[in-house]
Every structure is written in C-alpha cells, then in structure tokens.
Design a protein around this ligand. Sequence first.
Ligand code: NCD
Length: 311
Amino acid sequence: MSLGFKGRHIISITDLMREEIDHILNVSSKMEEFSESSSEILKGKILATAFFEPSTRTKLSFESAMFKLGGHVIGFSDPQKVSVAKGECLADTIRTIANYADIIVLRHPKEGSAKLAAEVSPIPIINAGSGQQEHPTQALLDLYTIRSELGRIESLKIAMLGDLKYGRTTHSLAYALAKYPNIELFLVSHPMLRMQKEVSEKLKENGVKVKELETIDSVIKEIDVLYVTRVQEERFVDPAEFEKVRGTYRLDSRLIEKTKDKMIIMHPLPRLDEIQFDVDKTPKAVYFKQAKNGLLVRMALLSLLLTDKTT
Ligand code: NCD
C-alpha cells in the first residue's frame, strides 16, 4: 500500500491522518529486519542534518537510519561553524542545502522554523524539533513504543508529567493520541509548566478527555502510560523562573510499585533527575527501548519520503 508519502514534508503531526500514522508504524516494524543488517533502498540518496540545537538521539538515529538503508549523510550540528554565524537567514541556508541533498532534517529553536523551511525548500523537510512547538518524529516513535509494548493505541489512560508548557514532545504526542479513540489524558505539572490552553483546547475539541493535575498520586494506580519529561531550562527567558520549578517532581521505584502490572514509563530523553536511576531496573521502564525504536521509525520515514518503497 502506498499512501503517497514521496516528496512530502513532515512539519506537524497534525498534518498526518490516522491511516498514514498507522502505515508509518507498520513500515517501522518491517524495518526491524534491516536495522540488524542493511539494505540498499536509499542507495545514492543524501540526507542533510541541519541542527541548530543540541541532539543525541534524533540526529544520530536519523543518520544511522540513512546508513542502514544504503544512503549517505552530510550536515552540521554547530550553527557557529556554518554561514549562519555570518548572519545568513534560515531560508537561504535551506535553499543552499537543498542543492546538495535529497532530504533535510531540521532542528531549530524558533517556533515556525520548520514551516518556513518547508515553504522555501524544493526537497522534503523533516521537523526534528521547532522551538517549544512540535517534534513530530518523536511522537511517531512514542506511538510505535506504546503500540509494541501495550498492543494498542486506543482506549488508554495516559499521564504526561513534567514540563508540558515548553516540552514539544508532549504537544506532538498529545495531538497524535487525539487521532485514536477513547484516550484519557492526565496533564500533571507545576502550575507554571501547564500545557498551553491552545494545545489542551485543541485536544478536547478532538475528543480527548483531558484532566489537569498538580501531582500524579490520584491517578498513579489507573494509568497505562506515564510519559515523563525534563524541565526545558533552555526555553526559560528568566533563569529565576526556572529555579522555582527545578526538581519539583521525582519518580522513584517506590511510586512505581503502586502502578498497574502492565503499565509503561516513557521519557523522550535526555533525563535529568525527574526519573531516579533505581527506576531503570523495572521492566516497566521502556525509555531506552523507546530511543531504540527511533531508528526504526526514522528508517520508515526516510524510505517513504524518498522513494515510497519500503522493501
Ligand atoms: C527532546 C527534544 O529535543 O525535544 N529530545 C529528543 O529529541 N528525544 C526532549 C528534550 O530535549 O527534553
């Protein structure tokens, strides 16, 4: 089946229909085979990574995905080392990179950056994080993880804990979950880190049951997924504001004992102190598996956007 992905940009998870998301997840499971060996699906193709913000998982998994499918990678992760440091605007940088590559993965601190890039780019742009707004490929790998661990995405009770204001992964994941029936979302945060009204209202309009809480205690026994995020220090304009919310929640193994047998703990990573190391031992902690799944999902995306071929 081809849903016509070739040549498309991936800017917001809301641009994808549920059928398209399901297709990407199905192709991702097929990629398991090539993740161990390699393939020639993308032979001769070039991926450019343009990272204006730090990254470990997203950048390296995209690069690894490209190599495993037989393609090549160029790119930068330090904007001080490219002409941006001379004052070049994003649009000109993107137009230039498009001459040398077949697809661009972009991470940028400004809201709207990925959209702007897509407007000027003749080749597909994949948004790998646009400011505090969105991180659609993270949402896809989060859904893949939920589906492979729990066997379904619909009819789930999911708690998001942490920085829901600036954490772009929570926005994309919440929008993605809204495409599935019977989702209950508990948004657990410090009042200063609450999900923006604009996002939570959109979720409600799309049929998600949303409840905002300040602690996890009242729902810990009933949730299927606990999605934890770090406080995004780099997005605070005033460092004193960050100090007020630093370390306000910490998950430890005692709290996890209260959860359902078949619940999972997720985190987009990097973690700071919001999940204590003693939690890593429990089989409920799937955040490193989640990071591994990023490779499969990004292999699927690159093959769909560049060739529409998946085997
Ligand atoms: C996330 C991001 O960049 O938004 N990282 C990632 O891609 N896994 C989460 C974060 O930085 O906290």
